[in-house]
Ligand binder design. Sequence first.
Ligand code: E4P
Length: 215
Amino acid sequence: MQIFIDSADLNEIRDAAAMGVIDGVTTNPSLVAKAGRPLDAVIRDICEVVDGPISAEVIATDLEGILKEGRTLAKIHPNVVVKVPLIADGLRAVKIFSSEGIKTNVTLCFSAVQGMLAAKAGATYISPFVGRIDDIAGEGMLLVEQLVEIYRNYGYATQVLAASIRHPVHVVRSAEIGAHVATLPHKVIHQLLKHPLTDAGLATFLADAKKIPQK
Ligand code: E4P
């Protein structure tokens, strides 16, 4: 499973990239707003740090607007993936982007039938929002399972990108299910690293190392 970082914060992205554990980046308007700089500048900088798919989301919700913004974003760098909301004009745009060779990430997916339509339209990635489904007492991982199974049944090329990931169990389940990608907040990437036995074992080794006679 590929791991993307879900962030527009260059420090977070650099930190994760330096560990060699991330294959790409996803952003959304809320994350870019926190970065406090224009979208194109943020995306350009991210593309210099990570050599992999970088999702940049359109703001427009009408076909012409989505096409215009998406084409502009795609020109920033060959790694840019245009992130499009799962609405009718979004899917119309995905069909056109697909014919133009522009990669897409269809976002805000909350049901298997929405995901089927995105795959038929030619989406490169579908983003089921696991955590937000859990937040309303649903089972977000079930949607990831359904999408992986449906795409496998019919040979859709669309990749399942588990999004709105909140904790390490979401990551493990995504990998077990066979999601192609999971996009993780910086905090969750660091949570994956942590194990109390690693910390305790390292403390013991370092303490014992002091007892090793020096030449
Ligand atoms: C996905 O691409 C979104 O940017 C993101 O995963 C949403 O996560 P949230 O529900 O924690 O905001």
